[in-house]
Design a protein around this ligand. Structure first.
Ligand SMILES: Cc1ncc(COP(=O)(O)O)c(C=O)c1O
Length: 302
């Protein structure tokens, strides 16, 4: 593929070569920001993370991100070691060290920490969690609507690796993304175990049919914060929205399709499995939702 793109593509910004990174209470230059080869996150993907966005000096939906981080840590029985206030002040310290105010993105990661021996059992993770915050200047840059390909990698059932968890290990999603790329697409459209359309490897998925917005039931996908905000915005602005099961038949013939995520807000989808969606461009309902979301961000990040 000559014109590769991705939903997390940002404008090149040379300032990102010199960012300061938070590593376990220290803020260090990018080149010195390292974790141990014995880290549980490196060895096993044993950790959880959040992607957050800074607009106009304010972290958007910070409470929701903190709720989700602490819920996920509890679910995997990981003691973060500091409370919400501590995590928020680490984030603010990182922001201050980088002197960032707007159009910045943070990846806040917490792993089960450094192991005493190179084995899986959590008993070997004895020295407390590893906490890392990477902040970057980040202005999303999307040259065209995204292309999706349906892949064989499905969203699992909650009793295997609950797909609601923002786990460090994203291998299922990474494999899905690779399969999509090999099929000539930018990102993977993933089905649930019944074959209903669920989500993509890195974002939540929506279609628009006859003016109504459809998304999956919410089972088997990440509890996307942007997803929830889009549903709320539809409900409070007279746009019919359904959380329901739907198939590829409904999807290919949709008038519009778009993705949601903290990074890209709402990303239009132009093509799925070689079928053009609508006219292949940003559609009117997606455009309206984008505007509503922008106003919401202006309001909450005033
Ligand atoms: C698989 C997946 N789906 C959806 C999302 C979007 O979630 P949010 O809107 O909270 O950024 C993410 C973001 O991390 C993700 O990894």
């Amino acid at each position: 593929m000559s014109d590769k793109t991705a939903t997390h593509q940002a404008r090149e910004d040379a300032r990102n070569n010199d960012i300061m990174i938070y590593v376990n209470g220290q803020i260090v230059p990018r080149a010195q920001a390292t974790v141990s080869v014995f880290d549980s996150g490196f060895m096993l993907g044993d950790g959880v993370w959040e992607g957050l966005r800074l607009y106009n000096g304010t972290w958007a939906f910070l409470d929701e991100h903190m709720d989700r981080l602490f819920e996920a840590a509890k679910a995997i029985d990981l003691d973060i070691g500091i409370d919400r206030k501590g995590i928020v002040s680490a984030l603010l310290e990182t922001q201050t060290a980088n002197n960032m105010q707007d159009n910045a993105h943070a990846r806040l990661m917490v792993t089960r920490g450094v192991k005493t021996r190179p084995f899986q059992h959590p008993i070997f993770s004895q020295s407390g969690p590893t906490i890392v915050i990477i902040m970057e200047h980040s202005l999303p840059k999307l040259p065209r609507p995204i292309r999706l390909a349906t892949v064989p990698h499905i969203r699992g059932l909650p009793m295997s690796q609950d797909p609601k968890l923002n786990s460090h290990s994203k291998l299922n999603c990474v494999l899905a993304c690779i399969a999509a790329e090999k099929a000539g697409a930018d990102e993977a459209l993933m089905l649930d175990h019944h074959g209903f359309v669920n989500t993509t490897n890195a974002c939540n998925f929506f279609i628009v049919r006859k003016g109504a917005v459809w998304t999956s039931t919410g089972d088997y996908c990440m509890n996307g914060i942007t997803r929830a905000k889009v549903i709320d915005l539809c409900q409070s602005n007279g746009i019919t929205v359904f959380e329901r099961n739907f198939s590829l038949v409904d999807t290919y013939s949709a008038d519009e399709a778009f993705l949601t995520g903290t990074f890209g807000a709402q990303t239009p989808v132009g093509e799925i499995d070689g079928r053009q969606i609508g006219n292949g461009e940003l559609g009117p309902v997606t455009k309206r939702i984008r505007e509503l979301y922008k106003s919401l961000i202006k309001q909450v990040c005033a």
